[in-house]
Ligand binder design. Structure first.
Ligand SMILES: NC(=O)c1ccc[n+]([C@@H]2O[C@H](COP(=O)([O-])OP(=O)(O)OC[C@H]3O[C@@H](n4cnc5c(N)ncnc54)[C@H](OP(=O)(O)O)[C@@H]3O)[C@@H](O)[C@H]2O)c1
Length: 200
């Protein structure tokens, strides 16, 4: 497991690759994005990174991971959402196909345009980015969240990744329906007092 991530490989050259990649470059990381067309091959990007961001459609995820050498940390931001029909679980398919990788689910809740904004502080608070995966890998990915001006949230182990995928499906549905996802959950504090039941 790497201690300090400096090089980030990105599989895919689309919107998520561009948004997250430019933010990490601006924060001082070396970033190499590769695709099936274009100047950098998937293989070069897969080998480049201490961490590899998987930024392709969920249906292509397992196939594209063939370009990642064994035992790397992979960030899986894929969503498999069919409007009106439900949600697939690409994380489980990825882990089943490549058990040698340390896969962290994250960066899948917000639209790609968020990563192109000059700031991710909304209403005075930095955007929180939940991460699910093996604890060592989550630890390695946390600075990549901080580098984008966001707050990493340890959202649990690999078994919780499916919840993050379902949450994305729900949040995307709200977003397209014009409902503010931040408005549907109770706040942590009301009038300065915690809303968490005593003893929790
Ligand atoms: N867009 C969002 O707001 C958003 C937010 C959260 C999560 N996500 C997830 O992030 C992932 C990437 O989304 P995106 O918006 O960046 O998509 P995108 O702009 O459509 O880019 C997809 C990339 O994947 C490549 N690709 C597609 N099929 C491939 C295959 N069979 N083999 C190799 N490369 C392939 C494309 O290559 P070509 O250019 O050659 O087609 C392109 O580089 C998706 O899983 C999506 O669900 C997206």
């Amino acid at each position: 497991m790497v201690n300090t991530v400096m090089r980030i490989g990105i599989l895919g050259t689309g919107d998520m690759a561009a948004g997250l990649g430019s933010g990490w470059r601006a924060a001082g990381y070396e970033v190499l994005a590769g695709g099936r067309s274009g100047p950098v091959a998937l293989d070069a990007a897969g080998r480049f990174g201490d961490v590899v961001l998987l930024a392709v459609p969920a249906a292509a995820a397992v196939e594209v991971l063939a370009h990642v050498p064994p035992a790397r940390i992979v960030i899986d931001c894929t969503n498999d959402v069919t409007p009106g029909f439900g949600v697939g679980h690409p994380y489980a398919e990825i882990v089943a196909a490549r058990p040698d990788l340390a896969v962290v689910k994250g960066f899948n809740l917000c639209h790609e345009s968020v990563w192109r904004l000059p700031s991710r502080v909304f209403g005075g608070r930095a955007l929180a980015v939940p991460l699910c995966g093996p604890p060592d890998a989550v630890e390695a990915v946390r600075p990549l969240v901080t580098a984008l001006g966001c707050t990493p949230v340890d959202a649990g182990g690999p078994e919780r990744a499916a919840l993050l995928e379902a949450t994305a499906a729900f949040a995307i549905g709200l977003w397209f329906a014009g409902v503010d996802a931040q408005a549907v959950l109770q706040p942590l504090h009301v009038d300065g007092a915690t809303t968490v039941p005593a003893g929790r």
